[in-house]
Design a protein around this ligand. Sequence first.
Ligand code: PD2
Ligand code: ZN
Length: 621
Amino acid sequence: MAIKLSTASIFAIVIPVLLGLLFSNVKVSDLLFANPVSSPGGLEPTATPTTVAPEKCKQRFQVLFRSEADPFANVSVVLHQNGDPKHCGDTGSGSKFHALLYQNYVQLKDGACPAELDKYQVESLLTKTFSQLISTCAESGREDKGFLGFCDAGKDKTPILLDHNHLVPVKSELMGFSLPCRFHTREGLRISYMDQLTGLASSKPIDCEMVDTDDGDDANTQTCQVVEPEGLPSEIHLYAVPAGRVFMFAPDHVGEIFHLNHVNGALNKPIYLKVMSLEPRVFDVFNFFSREESQQLVDKAIAETSETHRIKRSSTGASGYNINSRRTSESGFDTHGSTSTIVKKRCFSALGFDEYIDSHGDGLQILRYNVTTAYNSHLDWIADNDQLAHDYQSAGVGGNRFATILMYMSDMGQEDGGETVFPHGWPEDLAESERLDKKTALANLRESPNGSVLKEGSWEESLVATCRSRLAVRPHSSRAVLFYSQHPNGEVDNKSLHGACPVLSGVKYAANLWVWNTPRQGFSGAPIKEKFRKEHENTVSSPTVEFKRITAVFQNTGEHEQMKNAKLHYENQFWGDLGPNDPALSVNTYEGHVWNIFVDGKIVKTWNISEKRGLDQTFTF
Ligand code: PD2
Ligand code: ZN
């Protein structure tokens, strides 16, 4: 998976691209809704945006970076794939990165050099630049397509997110139009402006040392003491998230800290994470919410009277109210309370979203566990139910829960139970030799002060044995944990199995937010199973965003002498030579696209791409 940067290959790709290709900035929405051109005669040459003088272009580029000098002169930009602590590409000297970025910026609008770039243009530029510098980034099954094949995993593996139509595709010889990656810092901040990169190059990421605290206020036993960075960084690390996917932290070792300086948490302190386990990925979240907020959530939940939201015996499953003997807790929902709204938004920021998207989350669920009650080990990822329209296959184009943020609103003592247990995880600070086996843990429980609260031989008792021998998070008011139910590619993470240990004394209150990788079922833009849509064509409305990629192959048969100098153009932009001896050209294209054959500067043939001809189309002449 480690990728080597080959200078020769960079230039093999880059130079012809730079010399030959003009790239206009095409948004998916433009592609989808472009006016079809009916005949070659009807094709007016597209107006070329006013190009600006190179000097002005340079100036604008510098303004975008807020830096006259090359901000990367002394740093290299190191790329990771989403969720992976190992890097997959290194741009080498930052200057090369900067120079290529500039060339791509000039091409972005055919020399118009826009004075401002929106975040989708920034992402497109970065994607293109990285694709010219590194060969690939993942075992995505599309290694032959280089880094672009990582960013655009193909139509069967790219969930359509709500902002899909804003993406600015990258044009390349290898992929035709391909979807861009998003780029985040290690801490999850989405790169939306070029000057954020300048900032990263000129400031060392904050690091912290965990020290014991006597500040009982937030009941965290340790706190992060910021370690003053020395000098400037020599590397910037960026995490590339493929189109349609969501950012995930990339932990490398237990105890590692992620300092989310950009996310304000409780009492205006920045949130930080401490890695508790790698498999499953579990993080202790500090400064997430305050005791005051915790109390407000509990008070509101207790006072709630509406039948749909009040606290009552919990149900399980994707639909309906189904009581489950393995989930004996009580729960209610706080969907619109002021504290709940603040906390939900904070969850999204902490997870690396740059905006709050209500339909990507369930409502904040308030949980109550009285003595003996528990939730047996389960996945938060919802197993598919063939009856339902929603497509839960998150490894494909479907949507499911990918992250859970669990907030505790009670202080539970060592013997009180109520921990959250991860049966595949191990206690953080216990040497392997000190780990308990389940049998011993069960024997210890039966001899402990609360040992007789549970029925002997019950699932609850067996769960406590797991809780006392595996990774278990003990609740205290204002503590939060984050764990992921999916791998970065959307596959379910079966190691994320977890349960709520039976309460043995007192009452435990907690709240959870389940966050989805697409809008959740029933919401606008939620993925619907193809099969279900076909069966219910008249009753199920299409998702708001439709997007069908078409593969088109163009070939010169050599039968027509006048075509010997044929050149394929996308509209009026040169794409590639298509003489009789040239290999066929394969492109990714969309409904409404216009492809032309030019001979000696004139259009001699035009094809208008229509989905009606299928998703694989061949054009010969
Ligand atoms: O309350 C908990 O500790 C807990 C444990 C496992 C909650 C959930 N799962 C959940 O609500 O998904
Ligand atoms: Zn759960």
